[in-house]
Design a protein around this ligand. Structure first.
Ligand SMILES: NC(=O)C1=CN([C@@H]2O[C@H](COP(=O)(O)OP(=O)(O)OC[C@H]3O[C@@H](n4cnc5c(N)ncnc54)[C@H](O)[C@@H]3O)[C@@H](O)[C@H]2O)C=CC1
Ligand SMILES: N[C@@H](CCC(=O)N[C@@H](CSC=O)C(=O)NCC(=O)O)C(=O)O
Ligand SMILES: [Zn+2]
Ligand SMILES: [Zn+2]
Length: 398
């Protein structure tokens, strides 16, 4: 049955309130207006940022809403004036838009885009500042301009990347957030050079993608730091957790993301930055914080080498949290940076990342530890906090 121009009623996981279980509801999804695209979401993964907003700690979190931003699907219909995608196209929704016209897009200095950000930050669409989601007339807010925990979603045309239809959507959905963020933090934001010593704080999907990116960039040492022993307690070499071990011997690490050494800060009395400085003849060339913990952000800066070490903040910290260090750390040449979506320009570069995956130049499958269904989304979030889990992918139509 043709659905173009019609309201579609479909299943979506609705976050009615912070921290309360998501509820699978029948939601009405209005047709796309001018400059909008309605997407049939086939697969979505869960990212830590969904959990962050759901927790109520995101100053931009609005409830009730449909969360989700790491997905892949097929265009169902397009609104007036949409030229770059059409029904049937395979797409990845992009929470970081790219209009190619605004001050940000034209600057050549950033991947941030200003065209729809004022609407996506308050859970509505630009055209009429309203939501396309409702339940029996009650509006439900959008999230990050994507809201992929719904079988159908409406996104701005500047927030959708057309990809090669040969790509398996159940895999490349990960290219909507975590994997590009880690790879791009290394390649675009830090620009790691061959031979560099790299420290990665937090070995979830984002941190492991940093490790993968650093390996590809030719880093000589990639030091992984995590407090979760489940990340490294499967191998026989782990009787002494304070020992730095070869990551090849570690559980998730058997997938070989590139980490060469592992440190658990809990096993050291000294501050972790001191441990790393001592191990690296003065500090690392690049560090990446992939957790969202402001104390760790400080450690990540302070484990960098005097004169040139650069630390990139990737993790998202809760509302009210602030970073601090002695200004002397910066006076003496360390650099503090941050990255959103790894600095990738979404519509232009996500299709190239999909191509790289198809050519086996980047990993994706290796980050998927669980496949589940939309109905099990609350269990999927429980799993996400488990050390054996990297990404859970939900099949939206089972
Ligand atoms: N800047 C951006 O564009 C993006 C940022 N993010 C953020 O990146 C962060 C990581 O995301 P995921 O990999 O999905 O999360 P995750 O929860 O899978 O991984 C976090 C890892 O950090 C470890 N950890 C927690 N506290 C620690 C500590 N004190 N010291 C060392 N390790 C610690 C955990 O054991 C876990 O392995 C989150 O804050 C997320 O919101 C995610 C995607 C894009
Ligand atoms: N609303 C949040 C913003 C959190 C944040 O920094 N988001 C990242 C992406 S995280 C993806 O998983 C980002 O791209 N930020 C840039 C942006 O324009 O939002 C808060 O206020 O904390
Ligand atoms: Zn994300
Ligand atoms: Zn723009």
């Amino acid at each position: 049955m043709a659905t173009q121009g019609q309201v579609i009623t479909c299943k979506a996981a609705v976050a009615w309130e912070p921290n309360k279980p998501l509820v699978i509801e029948d939601v009405q999804v209005a047709p796309p207006q001018a400059g909008e695209v309605r997407v049939k979401v086939l697969y979505t993964a869960l990212c830590h940022t969904d959990a962050y907003t759901w927790s109520g700690k995101d100053p931009e979190g609005l409830f009730p809403c449909v969360l989700g931003h790491e997905a892949a699907g097929i265009v169902e219909s397009v609104g007036e004036g949409v030229t770059e995608v059409q029904p049937g196209d395979h797409v990845i929704p992009c929470y970081q838009a790219e209009c190619r016209e605004c001050k940000f897009c034209k600057s050549g200095k950033t991947n941030l885009c200003g065209k729809v950000r004022s609407a996506t930050g308050v859970g509505v669409m630009m055209n009429d500042r309203k939501s396309r989601f409702s339940i029996n007339g009650k509006p439900i807010y959008h999230f990050m301009g994507t809201s992929t925990f719904s079988q159908y979603t409406v996104v701005h045309d500047v927030s959708v990347a057309k990809i090669d239809p040969a790509a398996p959507l159940e895999k490349v959905c990960l290219l909507g957030c975590g994997v590009p963020t880690g790879l791009g933090a290394v390649w675009n934001t830090a620009k790691v050079e061959p031979g560099s010593i790299v420290a990665v704080f937090g070995l979830g999907t984002v941190g492991l993608a940093v490790a993968e990116g650093a390996k590809a960039a030719g880093a000589s040492r990639i030091i992984g730091i995590d407090i979760d022993s489940k990340k490294f307690d499967r191998g026989t070499a782990l009787s002494n957790l304070s020992k730095i071990v070869n990551y090849e011997l570690l559980g998730i690490a058997t997938k070989n993301f590139g980490v060469t050494e592992f440190i658990n800060p809990k096993e050291h009395e000294q501050p972790i930055q001191q441990v790393i400085v001592d191990l690296t003849d003065g500090g690392v060339d690049y560090s990446f914080e992939c957790i969202g913990n402001v104390s760790v952000m400080r450690a990540a800066l302070e484990c960098c080498h005097k004169g040139w070490g650069t630390s990139v903040i990737v993790g998202v910290a809760a509302s009210g949290q602030e970073i601090s260090t002695r200004p002397f750390q910066l006076v003496t040449g360390r650099v503090w940076k941050g990255t959103a979506f790894g600095g990738f320009k979404s519509r232009s570069q996500v299709p190239s990342l999909v191509d790289k995956y198809l050519k086996k130049e980047i990993k994706v499958d290796e980050y998927i530890t669980h496949s589940m269904t939309l109905a099990d989304i609350n269990k999927a979030f429980d799993l996400m906090h488990d050390g054996d889990c990297l990404r859970v992918v939900l099949d939206m139509f089972v």
